[in-house]
Write a protein that binds this ligand. Structure first.
Ligand code: FNR
Length: 366
C-alpha cells in the first residue's frame, strides 16, 4: 500500500514512494551514484546557495514559459533526459516517458541503453512530438554510424554524445545489489559480467579512446545538431564552440561518474560570463542537468543563462511508483510550480529571465 497519487505534492515525494515499492536491484541502479555520492548530493544542494532578487509590481496575470531548444518549440524549459533501463522500474519502460512528454509537449532524450528498442520508443511518438538521441559511442564505429543514421532517418532532432563516461563510475549500491540482467535489450553480442552491478554489465562496449579528433567524423555522418553531454569546465565549452558543436549539457551524469565533479550550476555560473566576454553566448545552446527537483531550480538555471534543463531520476521514480499517471502528475506539478515561480519573481516570459534576478554570492562557498 502506497500513498494516493494525489498525495504526492512535489518531485521528492515520488522518490520516497519509489524507494518503498521498487525492487531492491532497480532502486539500487536508479538511486546510486559514484563512490561517496558527494557530487550527487552537491547537485541538489548547489541550487540552495542561489537566491532570488524578485521584482514587484509587475503585471503577471498571464505567464508563458514556453521556449525553444535546438529549434524545437516546447511548453516548458525542461526535457526528459536519457536514463538507461526503464523496464527496471516499469514493465513498459521508456515509452511511458514518451507518452508523458507528448502530453506536456517537452522533449524526450532516448538513451542508447534503453530497455525498449529504439524503434519502439520512436513508434510511441505522437503527432509532431520531438525526440533526441543520447549516444554512447561504440568502439566499433560502424555500429555507431548505423545507430546515428538510423536515428536521423527516424526523425530524431538532436544527437547528444555522452562524453563523461569513458569508463562507468563505481556505484557501490548498485554493485552490492548484484543486478541479474533482466529488463535490458541493449547492444547485443557482449559478454556481461553482472557481478559489478547493472551499469558495468551493459556498458563494456563504450569506447574510452573517444576524443575531440572524432568530432568532425560525427559532423560528416549526420545533419542533426550535435550536443556534448557531460561537459564539466568552461574551457571545454569554448572548445566545443570552436569545433562547431551546437550545444553542451553541463552535467556530471547525476553524480554517477566522477565523484567531486562540480555541480552543473557551478559550471554554468563560470561559463556564461566567459562566453559573453568572448561574444560566443549565441553560438551554442547551454543545457544543464543534475539535481533539478523544483521549478525554482529550473528558473535559477535559466537566470544564469541555460537554455533548458534535463531531469532524470524524478521521472524514473514517478514512473516506477505510478506509471504514466505518476510522470504526468510530476510534470503537472512542475508546471504549477513554474507558473507560481515566474509570478513571484516578476517575470511573464522566459526571455525575461536574467542574472539580475538571482544572487549567486554564496554559490562558490560550499
Ligand atoms: C543516467 N544518466 C545517463 N546518461 C547518459 O548519457 N546515458 C545513460 O545511459 C544514462 N543512464 C542513466 C541511468 C540512471 C538510472 C540515471 C539516474 C542517470 C544520466 C542522466 O542523463 C542525467 O545526467 C542525470 O540523471 C541528471 O541528474 P538527476 O536529474 O537524475 O539528478
Amino acid at each position: 500500500d502506497k500513498p494516493l497519487l494525489s498525495q504526492c505534492y512535489n518531485l521528492m515525494d515520488f522518490e520516497s514512494v519509489a524507494k518503498n515499492v521498487m525492487k531492491k536491484t532497480a532502486w539500487g541502479y536508479y538511486s546510486s551514484a559514484a563512490d561517496d555520492e558527494i557530487t550527487m548530493r552537491e547537485n541538489h544542494e548547489a541550487f540552495h546557495r542561489i537566491w532570488f532578487r524578485p521584482k514587484i509590481l509587475v503585471d503577471v496575470k498571464t505567464v508563458d514559459f514556453s521556449t525553444t531548444m535546438l529549434g524545437t518549440k516546447v511548453n516548458m524549459p525542461f526535457y526528459v533526459t536519457a536514463t538507461a533501463l526503464g523496464k527496471l522500474g516499469h514493465p513498459e519502460g521508456e515509452v511511458v516517458l514518451t507518452r508523458a512528454a507528448h502530453k506536456h509537449n517537452v522533449v524526450q532524450m532516448i538513451p542508447t541503453l534503453a530497455s525498449c528498442s529504439f524503434d519502439e520508443i520512436v513508434d510511441a511518438r505522437q503527432g509532431d512530438q520531438v525526440q533526441w538521441l543520447q549516444l554512447y559511442v561504440n568502439a566499433d564505429r560502424a555500429i555507431t554510424e548505423r545507430i546515428v543514421r538510423h536515428a536521423e532517418a527516424r526523425g530524431c532532432k538532436g544527437l547528444f554524445i555522452t562524453v563523461d563516461a569513458p569508463q562507468l563510475g563505481r556505484r557501490e549500491k548498485d554493485m552490492r545489489s548484484k543486478f541479474v540482467g533482466q529488463g535490458s535489450n541493449v547492444q547485443s553480442g557482449q559478454d556481461t559480467d553482472t557481478s559489478q552491478g547493472a551499469a558495468r554489465a551493459i556498458s563494456s562496449f563504450i569506447d574510452p579512446s573517444l576524443s575531440w579528433a572524432d568530432i568532425p567524423w560525427f559532423r560528416s555522418i549526420t545533419k542533426m545538431p550535435i550536443v556534448l553531454k557531460g561537459v564539466q569546465r568552461v574551457e571545454d565549452v569554448v572548445k566545443a564552440v570552436e569545433c562547431g558543436i551546437q550545444g553542451v549539457v553541463l552535467s556530471n551524469h547525476g553524480g554517477r561518474q566522477l565523484d567531486f565533479a562540480p555541480s552543473a550550476v557551478e559550471v554554468l555560473a563560470e561559463t556564461m560570463p566567459v562566453l559573453r566576454s568572448m561574444g560566443l553566448e549565441n553560438k551554442i545552446e547551454v543545457f544543464v542537468d543534475g539535481g533539478v527537483r523544483r521549478a525554482t531550480d529550473i528558473l535559477k538555471a535559466l537566470c544564469l543563462g541555460a537554455k533548458g534543463v534535463g531531469i532524470g531520476r524524478p521521472f524514473l521514480y514517478a514512473m516506477s511508483a505510478y506509471g504514466f499517471d505518476g510522470v504526468d502528475r510530476s510534470m503537472q506539478l512542475l508546471r504549477d510550480e513554474l507558473e507560481m515561480g515566474m509570478r513571484l519573481i516578476g517575470c511573464t516570459s522566459i526571455d525575461q529571465l536574467n542574472p539580475s534576478l538571482i544572487d549567486t554570492r554564496n554559490l562558490g562557498s560550499h
